[in-house]
Design a protein around this ligand. Sequence first.
Ligand code: DQA
Length: 155
Amino acid sequence: MPESGKRGAKKSVLVVHGPNLNLLGQRETDVYGTDTLSDIDRQLSSLGAELGCEVETFQSNSEGDLVSRLQGAREEKDGVLINPAAYTHTSVAIRDAVLALGLPVVEVHLSNIHKREEFRHRSLLSDVVDGQVVGFGVDSYTLGLRALANLMARP
Ligand code: DQA
């Protein structure tokens, strides 16, 4: 088994889910679909295995915990896939934590935030991440992980 993370051959990815995403499958299913967060995490782990990445997932409803987990990723991980959920539109702290990462970062959203209420159109992360995937439901995450794997493979 190749060693994971930073110095290992196998890449190590942190997937960060923001507030209320623990309620996926129960919450606004017309907008977010019926898959639960565990369903999404399972899909990401199995896709990660195909792509040669180890995937760790983390969800929190608390801004400070999200910032602390991102800080921890600086030394441990090779890339981050993040759905900051409502904090996308408000959190300078999460933006700053992403800026401090110095790693490839892909932002994802299940819904198309640009087709929704105006306050969701702005992401405080959009100009500090490598790219965004929005509007494809669970596919936003899987497409995002594929893009991240390609970014991490760059010399
Ligand atoms: C979301 C979009 C956000 O505006 C919202 O607050 C969420 C989920 C999405 O994945 O579509 O909680 O990030």
